[in-house]
Design a protein around this ligand. Structure first.
Ligand code: SF4
Length: 184
């Protein structure tokens, strides 16, 4: 997840048959540089993303909350799916000890309940506790964060916690230090 946040690489989530994130009334952001994804999604399914620069679009979902590119066999554009889908990793909720139900995502919550972490050593366990601490801190100080980095949803809070957790490893950072980490 950390690598996916830093570079446009995909995550390697063992989803199995789960399509919870494709079926949970989520808007999929697609950037103007994602020419391959844009070429494989019908134009009428996308619209300009609010409060983003021209060319950034969103793909919506149907009346059942399902992505319009989802079929019975799975994603119909899997090899060409947007970056949002490639980097989505529901284990972020487990890492941050947050509940997808707070975002009204019961299908994702069902999957998240099944994740169990094992830690190779104390350092790994400390990193996960740093993610938890980061989530609590960011939630507590949300009003002090610039709007551009302030999480609105629980999903965004969990991602923010992963983004800044390293400054929480065995230390108690200031709000300014956390803002600097969020803005990197
Ligand atoms: S584009 Fe594919 S991977 Fe992305 S939400 Fe839709 S069905 Fe799921």
């Amino acid at each position: 997840m950390e690598a996916a946040l830093q570079r446009p690489v995909g995550t390697d989530v063992p989803c199995g048959a789960c399509v919870g994130c494709c079926s949970s009334s989520q808007f999929v952001h697609i950037g103007p540089d994602e020419t391959d994804a844009l070429a494989h999604i019908p134009g009428e399914l996308m619209f300009q993303a609010p409060r983003m620069d021209r060319g950034h679009v969103l793909m919506g979902y149907d009346e059942h909350g399902r992505c319009p590119m989802l079929r019975e066999s799975g994603c119909s554009i899997y090899e060409h799916r947007p970056r949002t889908c490639r980097t989505y990793d529901c284990r972020v909720f487990t890492a941050a000890e947050l509940d997808p139900l707070d975002d009204g995502k019961p299908l994702i919550a069902q999957r998240v309940e099944q994740w169990m972490f094992e830690f190779e050593d104390d350092e790994a366990a400390a990193l996960q506790q740093a993610v938890v601490a980061a989530a609590g801190f960011v939630r507590l100080h949300a009003d002090e964060l610039p709007a551009a980095v302030r999480p609105v949803t629980t999903t965004q809070l969990a991602v923010a916690a992963v983004r800044v957790h390293r400054v929480f490893v065995r230390s108690a950072p200031s709000v300014d230090e956390v803002i600097a980490a969020l803005e990197q």
